[in-house]
Every structure is written in C-alpha cells, then in structure tokens.
Design a protein around this ligand. Structure first.
Ligand code: UDP
Ligand code: MG
Length: 317
C-alpha cells in the first residue's frame, strides 16, 4: 500500500460523497495503491449510513466507527493507527481542505521530508471567531516549540508511516503533530494549500477551543522539554524560590540579632517563610516527577478511543 488518506468525520453527511469523489479523482491518476480511511467520530446524523453505502461500492474506502464522539484527535489517532500506507495523508471531512493539494504534499515529502504540513492561505473562515484566535495560537505555538510553522491548525498533512505510527496523541493534540514528530527527529516542511469555506454542516468548534489549545500547548511544551527530566524545571523553580526566601530570612535575622529590630509583624517575614516552603515543595514535586517519568511511558500503552465497527474485508475486525 502506497498511500492512506485519513479523514475524521463528525456529522458531515452532506459533505462526504462529494469529498470522496474528489479525493478519488485526484488519486486515481497518480497510479498509486491507496486506501481511504474514514473515521466516524460517533456521528448522530446519517454519516455512518452514507459511509457504509459508499463502502459497498468501493472497498478501498474503509470505515471505522467510534462508539461515541471521542473528538477529532482520537479520530485522527485511530485512522493513523489503522492505516497501512507507506505515506499517510490526513485531511478534514468537511471539504475545507482541497484534495488537489495532495500531489504537491507528496512531492514535497519526496524531497526528503518526513512530514509536510499544509498552510491554509488565504484562510476562508470568519475573522473574529477563527482567524484572529488562530493567529495568536499559531504565534504562541511557534514561539514555544521548536517547529516554526505558519498554520498548526491545518489538518491537511502528509506523514511518513514510521513517523505517524510513532505518535502518541492526547487531548486536542492533533495540532501538535508536527511538534511531537519533530521531537522524535522528523524533518518537517510546510507548503501553502487551498482552503475553502464550509459548504454544509456546522463547524464543531467555538471560541472555547482557544483556551484548550493554550493548555495543551503547556502540556506539549512540558512533555517535549522536561518529561524525561522533570526535576530540572521543578527543581530550578524550587531552588530559586528557596534561595530567595533564605536570603530574606538571613536579612531579617541580622536585623533582629544585631539591631534589635522587631521583625514579628513584618510582611517580609511572611514572604520568606512562604518562599522557603514553596521551594521545598517544588523540589519534592520534581523528585516525584522523576519517579513518574520512569513509569509513565510504559503504562500508557492503550488507545484513546473505542471502535464500534470496522468496514474492511481485508482485515478481521
Ligand atoms: N471532527 C471530528 N470530531 C469532532 C469534531 C470534528 O471528527 O469531535 C472532524 C470534523 O468532522 C471535520 C474536522 O474534524 O472533518 C474539522 O472540524 P471542523 O471543520 O468543525 O473544524 P474547523 O474547520 O471549524 O476548524
Ligand atoms: Mg472545517
């Protein structure tokens, strides 16, 4: 299998048929052996019905159906895990990504990259609710991680199999795939891709997503930089805090002993005590972190989704 196209879908019944038709008309001329993996993320509309009907006519269309809505990240993760292709392309199921960009992504990959990410330009989304928050989030992510991209939110990507199989995704981390892959040593590139307005159905996200992205960014930053050495970050904060508290305490003690100052009511005393206690706590937390860092990776070996049905004659369910 040369190519797997993974599409997460949640209540996209009207968008599926045109999209799949479009993808096929782009891929067929390439002469590659490919499969389409549609992951139905617990849709409550006719999505599964449409997919199973399309699957009847086209066995290369494989369908994974979740038991409930697990979220886009889980849907992408399930698709990546199931994919058999040497190269895996991920894209949105609402038709906002243009399948005609797939050959360009593949070409760029051939230049020697492991992951090529799309950059939606110009972006066809509302300004205040979408493009502005997305600008801010992109700036933050690019500042905090080592991968400098313009558009982390673009689902359209091409990823080499080894890299895709190596990803562990949680929360809403599909947008950190490039950052996570980079940490594993992948070479990353970005190319401009088309973006289209949504034709049917509604966007599944609101403004609340911005906050979740920022929190996820913290997790990713922490995991990428300190997961294997938590004491380095917690310990550093703890030492600085403890040292500051100690200095203030020394200053107060000198005043008390040599100048007979009354330090009992001074706010500085409270601060010194606080800083010393916090310092101890941070160091201890870092040590606990070190213990977790030794058990965490192995204990996490379970998927973040539950599959209900699989339509694919090739593999036993
Ligand atoms: N999606 C999903 N599960 C969810 C939410 C979204 O599989 O819980 C899919 C959705 O069907 C679409 C893609 O993820 O194919 C992107 O979602 P959407 O278009 O709503 O995001 P936007 O383009 O507004 O950022
Ligand atoms: Mg969309």
């Amino acid at each position: 299998m040369d190519l797997s196209v993974v599409v997460p879908v949640y209540n996209e019944e009207e968008n599926l048929e045109p999209l799949i038709h479009e993808i096929r008309s782009v891929l067929d001329p390439l002469g590659k052996r490919y499969e389409l993996i549609l992951v139905d993320d617990g849709s409550t509309d006719g999505t599964y019905g449409v997919l199973s009907r399309l699957h009847e006519a086209e066995p290369r269309l494989k369908v994974l159906r979740f038991k409930r809505n697990f979220g886009q990240t889980a849907a992408v993760a399930a698709g990546l895990a199931y994919a058999q292709g040497e190269v895996i392309v991920a894209m949105d199921g609402d038709g906002q990504n243009d399948p005609k960009d797939i050959p360009a992504l593949l070409e760029k990959l051939e230049e020697g990259f492991d992951l090529v990410s799309g950059w939606r330009s110009p972006r066809r989304d509302p300004f205040w609710s979408r493009r502005l928050p997305s600008r801010i989030a992109n700036g933050l992510i690019s500042w905090m991680t080592q991968v400098k991209l313009h558009d982390y939110g673009c689902t359209l990507k091409a990823i080499r199999r080894e890299v895709a199989k190596d990803l562990k995704l949680y929360g809403e981390m599909h947008r950190f795939i490039p950052a996570i892959a980079f940490e594993r040593g992948a070479r990353i590139a970005e190319i401009k891709v088309h973006h289209r307005p949504r034709r049917w159905g509604r966007s599944k996200y609101g403004i609340a997503r911005t906050f979740r992205v920022i929190l996820d960014l913290l997790t990713v930053k922490f995991l990428l930089s300190y997961a294997t050495r938590p004491l380095h970050i917690f310990g550093l904060v703890g030492l600085i805090s403890g040292a500051l508290g100690f200095l203030i305490a020394v200053y107060l003690t000198i005043g008390k002993i040599f100048y007979q100052l009354d330090i009992g009511g001074r706010p500085l005393l409270l601060l010194a005590v606080l800083l010393i206690v916090i310092g101890f706590q941070f160091v201890t937390m870092g040590l606990l972190g070190e213990m977790l860092a030794r058990t965490y990776p192995e204990s996490q070996d379970k998927p973040i989704y539950v599959i209900k049905e699989i339509l694919d004659e090739g593999k036993p369910a």
